[in-house]
Design a binder for this molecule. Structure first.
Ligand code: DC
Length: 227
């Protein structure tokens, strides 16, 4: 069976990873969370007090970083490892979320991450979500989605998720963080968040998780089988 590359880009907290995970599972494809890579790099920079505005410090730090995704049979999820340490959960902290867009805007960081992402797609059979996957990482991907949802809905969803982990989270902090990341991600110089010309827009403000999966799965099947 023909294998394709599926890209899912969009605003923060639009449900990209939920769709990407389910779609990959249903197709028997590999799921890659490209945002996790930027988050893991940010975690490393924070822990090691790297000044990411200094290119030399950034290059030296990147040379010390190895990122890998490993499948966890218990959670049935692929989880990210930073230099052999599982950081899948700590990278979701607000401390990392507050800085990740700044770090992801750095040229050297993007070159480092994009090269690895492209390598992961060499065999195809992959669903990758992020901000520039359909525009920069895989401009020739066979199927591209661009996800959106109302800001109020996105804030509510992320708040519920964050509150579960940390009850001190305030809805205002979550909203401010989402708005800040959307602004930086779509206004940065290199590979800003954009809908690729050939991407299919999926607004999930008022559709269910099951409905969005049905829509995406049908389109993927059509691409794969040519019918
Ligand atoms: O998808 P996420 O929220 O985990 O992504 C974290 C940050 O990483 C996001 O604010 C922007 C950045 N990012 C990026 O610049 N390019 C990608 N392909 C994925 C994420």
């Amino acid at each position: 069976m023909k294998k394709i590359i599926i890209t899912i880009d969009g605003w923060s907290s639009c449900g990209k990873s939920t769709l990407a995970k389910q779609l990959a599972k249903q197709l028997g494809y590999v799921y890659i969370d490209s945002g996790a890579m930027y988050r893991a790099i940010t975690l490393y920079f924070l822990r090691n007090h790297i000044n990411w505005l200094d290119a030399e410090q950034v290059n030296n730090a990147l040379a010390e970083i190895t990122l890998a995704f490993k499948f966890n049979n218990k959670t049935e999820q692929s989880e990210i490892y930073l230099n052999e340490e599982n950081v899948e959960y700590v990278i979701r902290d607000l401390v990392v979320a507050e800085k990740v867009s700044e770090v992801a805007a750095i040229k050297e960081v993007r070159i480092f991450a994009v090269a690895q992402q492209q390598k992961m797609g060499e065999e195809k059979g992959i669903v990758m979500d992020g901000r520039d996957i359909g525009t920069t990482v895989f401009p020739d991907a066979e199927l591209k989605f661009f996800m959106t949802a109302d800001i109020a809905v996105r804030v509510q969803r992320r708040y519920i998720e964050m509150f579960g982990k940390n009850p001190n989270t305030s809805i205002d902090d979550v909203k401010a963080n989402l708005e800040m990341r959307d602004y930086i991600d779509s206004n940065r110089e290199i590979s800003p968040l954009r809908k690729a010309a050939d991407a299919i827009e999926l607004d999930n403000t008022s559709i269910t998780i099951e409905e969005q999966l049905q829509i995406a799965f049908k389109l993927a099947k059509e691409k794969i089988t040519g019918k």
